[in-house]
Design a protein around this ligand. Structure first.
Ligand code: FE2
Length: 203
């Protein structure tokens, strides 16, 4: 038995809800094709692991475990990513509690935004910018290469930004910096606040 089977969640809004920051076309492809592919491949790797464990097939464990890590983390990150966006708002900003936590860890919201945007624009190859939180409430900004490399083992992601080309290229071509800058308009700070509270101490 293994309870780590993945499922493709519905988007919490319509495909065009994030326009003009992220187009309907990107959302359709990103959710229906890319995210779905990670879910399917993750479940296939999971089945392989179970079959190898039961002696029903031979397989290269290193290869299957790498495959599982990549696709499983890819699927989870996308599920999180959909939740932490909402229709664009002018002057979109976190509430006082989240801002206070960010100020304590980064000095100011502007410092944080600069560091997180810098993480996003400088990922080597495909990856994510991530805001992590540990059990003591400490925050760090960082990167994930692909979906699963460079993580910090005592921290969980509470804000993620997909900077794979499939996330922006149709809308922004190679201007990743514009995508990152406009993305701040669609951050769902209420959701970030919600999961900040679920992880470790309340903020
Ligand atoms: Fe993606």
């Amino acid at each position: 038995m293994n309870n780590k089977k993945l499922a493709l969640p519905l988007l919490p809004y319509s495909y065009n809800a994030l326009e003009p920051v992220i187009s309907q076309k990107i959302m359709e492809l990103h959710h229906d094709k890319h995210h779905a592919a990670y879910v399917n491949a993750g479940n296939i790797a999971l089945e392989k692991l179970e079959k190898i464990r039961l002696g029903e097939m031979e397989g290269n464990l290193r290869e299957v475990m790498r495959d599982f890590s990549f696709n499983y983390n890819g699927a989870l990150l996308h599920s999180l990513f959909w939740q932490m966006m909402r229709p664009a708002q002018e002057n979109n900003a976190p509430d006082e509690k989240v801002r206070q936590a960010i100020d304590e860890n980064f000095g100011s919201f502007d410092n944080f935004k600069k560091e997180f945007s810098g993480a996003a624009t400088s990922v080597e190859g495909s990856g994510w910018a991530v805001l992590w939180k540990d059990k003591e409430g400490r925050l760090m900004a960082g990167q994930l290469e692909k979906h699963n490399l460079l993580g910090l083992n005592d921290m969980v992601p509470i804000l993620v930004l997909d900077v794979w080309e499939h996330a922006y290229y149709l809308d922004y071509l190679n201007d990743k910096a514009s995508y990152v800058e406009k993305w701040w308009q669609v951050v769902n700070w209420d959701y970030v606040r919600h999961i900040m509270g679920e992880v470790g101490q309340m903020v």
